[in-house]
Design a protein around this ligand. Structure first.
Ligand code: NAD
Length: 497
C-alpha cells in the first residue's frame, strides 16, 4: 500500500500509529499516513530554527525569486496535483484545479513581498529626529489545515509566512495529506533551503504538541468551529498569536426582483459544487416573500434533479463523493433530523448509489423546504450536498437571519436593487458579502476571514492582513546629535513639541 511520509529535514522515525486514506470515489483505502507526536515535531522545529535566521536575512527580492520559481513549478505540475487531490478528497478534477489555482494566487501576491514589506518613514518627527518602522518575521509559524482545500489553504498560510521571512511547519488534514507533501517537495525544488517548509502529519496529539511548543510563536488554523475555539484558547493561553477559522452556514438572500434563472445556476454550483464541502458554500437560500419562494422552488427542482453526481475523474460530473464513509453517514443523519424537525424533503439524496461505484461515498443532491431558524439542522453546519430553503417574509427578516446565526463566514444577496444591496452589505453581521456573487472569496490582495463562530482572533488570512499576522512591527526613533545636545530636560518624558 502507498505510504505518505512526513516531509521534514532528516529521516522521520518509524510510525506507531497510522491513518488510512480513502479513495472516496471507489470506497477503497488507497494509502496510509503516519500520525506523529511531540518528538517528531521537535525534530522539525530544530531543523526550522537552523535555517530560519539565514532565510530572514536573505533580502526580500531573493525570497520572492523562490516564490516565483515555486509558482512556475506548481503550474507545471497542476494536472498531477489536481488528480492526486481529487483522488483523496473526492472533488472533481476541474474543481481540484480551482483549489490549486486559488492557493497559487496567494503565492503570486507573496511574490510582491519586497513591496509589501516596505516600512513607513517620517523624517523630522522632532528636532533632528526621524521615525521608521519595519515588519520582522516571528520565527517559526505553524499551520493546521482542513481536508476540504488541501492545496489552497496551506498555500494561503505558508505563502505569506515564508515570504515574510519565517520558517513554516504545516500539519495538514490526515484525510488527504498527499498534496501538501507534494507542494513542500516542489518548494524545496524551487530553491528553498531544507527545513524551511516542513510537513508533519498527525491528529490531536500532534496538534497539541504544536499548541504547547515553546518555539512556535504563531499558529494559523482552519477547520470546524469547536476545534477552532479550542486551538484559539489553548494557543493564546500559551501566549501565542493565533488565528482560527471555523465552520460556516452561508445564506443566499433572494430578493423579489432578482434574476431567478441566474440565481438558480449560481445556487446549484454554490450549494452542490464539491458536494457542499466548502466553507463558502451556500447551503441556505432565503427567498424574500412567498411569491419569490414559490417561483424559486419551481425553478430549483428541475435544476437540482439535472445535477450529475460522478466519480472525481468524470469530466461531466457536477460533483463527486463526500470525503469519508463517516461523513456520508453524518450528512444523511442531518437529512433525517431535518425531516423529523418538520422540514419538507423535496428532493431526497439519502441512499444514493452510483452505478459501478456502489462503495463510493456519494450523497445525492437534497433540497429541503420550510426550514425554520429553530431547527438544529438549520443551526448547525451539514457540509454536504444539501440546500435548505428558509422563507423570509421581508427584507428585515432576511438581514436578521444570517446576522443572528452562530456562524458569520459568508453571505450573498441576489437583487437588481442597488439600494437594497448596499443596505444589506452594510448592516449584515457577517465577514464576507457577495452582491450577485454566490461565493465571495476575496481575491488574494484583499483578505479572507469570517466573523462570530467562523473566526477566532483578530487578523484575516492573506493580503496585508496575512502579512501582519506573520510579522511583528518594530518602530525605530533615531537621532544623530551634532554634539551640541538639544538642551531638553532628560527627566521629562520626551515630546516632539
Ligand atoms: P476539522 O476541524 O475536523 O479538522 C481540521 C484540522 O484539525 C485537521 O488538521 C485535523 O487533523 C485537526 N483536528 C481534528 N480534530 C482535532 C482535535 N480534536 N484536536 C485538535 N485538532 C484536531 O475540520 P475538517 O473536517 O477537516 O474541515 C471541515 C471544516 O472546516 C468545516 O467546518 C468547514 O466549514 C471548515 N472550514 C472553514 C474554513 C474557513 O475559512 N472558515 C475554510 C475551510 C474549511
Amino acid at each position: 500500500m502507498r505510504q505518505v511520509d512526513h516531509f521534514i529535514a532528516g529521516d522521520s522515525p518509524a510510525a506507531n500509529r497510522k491513518h488510512k486514506i480513502w479513495n472516496p470515489s471507489t470506497g477503497e483505502v488507497q494509502a496510509e499516513v503516519p500520525l506523529g507526536g511531540a518528538a517528531l515535531l521537535d525534530q522539525a522545529v530544530t531543523a526550522a530554527k537552523k535555517v530560519q535566521p539565514e532565510w530572514a536575512a536573505t533580502n526580500p527580492q531573493r525570497r520572492a525569486r523562490v516564490m516565483f520559481k515555486f509558482k512556475e513549478l506548481v503550474e507545471a505540475h497542476k494536472q498531477e496535483l489536481a488528480e492526486l487531490l481529487a483522488s483523496e478528497h473526492g472533488k472533481v478534477v476541474e474543481d481540484a484545479h480551482g483549489d490549486v489555482q486559488r492557493g497559487l494566487e496567494v503565492i503570486e501576491y507573496a511574490c510582491g513581498i519586497p513591496q509589501a514589506l516596505k516600512g513607513e518613514y517620517t523624517q523630522g518627527a522632532g528636532p533632528g529626529i526621524d521615525v521608521y518602522s519595519m515588519r520582522q518575521p516571528l520565527g517559526i509559524g505553524a499551520g493546521i489545515t482542513p481536508f476540504n482545500f488541501p492545496a489552497m489553504i496551506p498555500m494561503w498560510m505558508f505563502g505569506m509566512a515564508i515570504a515574510a521571512g519565517n520558517a513554516f511547519i504545516l500539519k495538514p488534514s490526515e484525510r488527504d495529506p498527499s498534496v501538501p507533501v507534494r507542494l513542500a517537495e516542489l518548494f524545496l525544488e524551487a530553491g528553498a533551503p531544507e527545513g524551511l517548509l516542513q510537513v508533519v502529519h498527525g491528529d490531536k496529539e500532534m496538534v497539541d504538541a504544536i499548541l504547547d511548543h515553546p518555539d512556535i510563536p504563531a499558529i494559523s488554523f482552519v477547520g470546524s468551529s469547536d476545534i477552532a475555539q479550542y486551538i484559539y484558547s489553548r494557543g493564546t493561553a500559551n501566549a501565542k498569536r493565533v488565528q482560527a477559522f471555523g465552520g460556516a452556514k452561508n445564506h443566499g438572500i433572494v430578493m423579489p426582483d432578482a434574476d431567478l434563472d441566474q440565481v438558480v445556476g449560481d445556487l446549484a454550483g454554490a450549494a452542490f459544487g464539491s458536494a457542499g464541502e466548502r466553507c463558502m458554500a451556500l447551503p441556505v437560500v432565503v427567498p424574500v416573500g412567498e411569491d419569490t419562494a414559490e417561483r424559486l422552488r419551481e425553478k430549483l427542482i428541475p435544476a437540482i434533479n439535472a445535477l450529475r453526481v460522478g466519480v472525481s475523474t468524470d469530466a461531466e460530473a457536477h460533483y463527486g463523493p463526500v470525503v469519508t464513509p463517516e461523513h456520508k453517514a453524518r450528512v444523511e443523519q442531518w437529512i433525517d433530523t431535518a425531516e423529523k424537525e418538520g422540514a419538507e424533503v423535496v428532493i431526497d439524496g439519502r441512499g444514493f448509489t452510483l452505478q459501478g461505484h456502489e462503495n463510493g461515498f456519494f450523497v445525492g443532491p437534497t433540497l429541503l423546504d420550510r426550514v425554520t431558524p429553530d431547527m438544529e439542522s438549520y443551526k448547525e453546519e451539514i457540509f454536504g450536498p444539501v440546500l435548505q430553503i428558509v422563507r423570509a417574509k421581508d427584507f428585515e427578516e432576511a438581514v436578521r437571519l444570517p446576522s443572528e446565526h452562530q456562524y458569520g463566514n459568508g453571505v450573498a444577496i441576489f437583487t437588481r436593487n442597488g439600494h437594497a444591496a448596499r443596505e444589506f452589505a452594510s448592516r449584515v453581521n457577517v465577514g464576507m458579502v457577495g452582491i450577485n456573487v454566490p461565493i465571495p472569496v476575496p481575491v488574494s490582495y484583499h483578505s479572507f476571514g469570517g466573523w462570530k463562530r467562523s473566526g477566532f482572533g483578530d487578523i484575516d488570512q492573506y493580503g496585508m492582513e496575512g502579512l501582519k499576522f506573520w510579522t511583528k512591527a518594530k518602530k525605530v526613533t533615531q537621532r544623530w546629535p551634532d554634539g551640541g545636545g538639544d538642551g531638553s530636560n532628560a527627566f521629562v518624558i520626551p515630546t516632539m513639541g
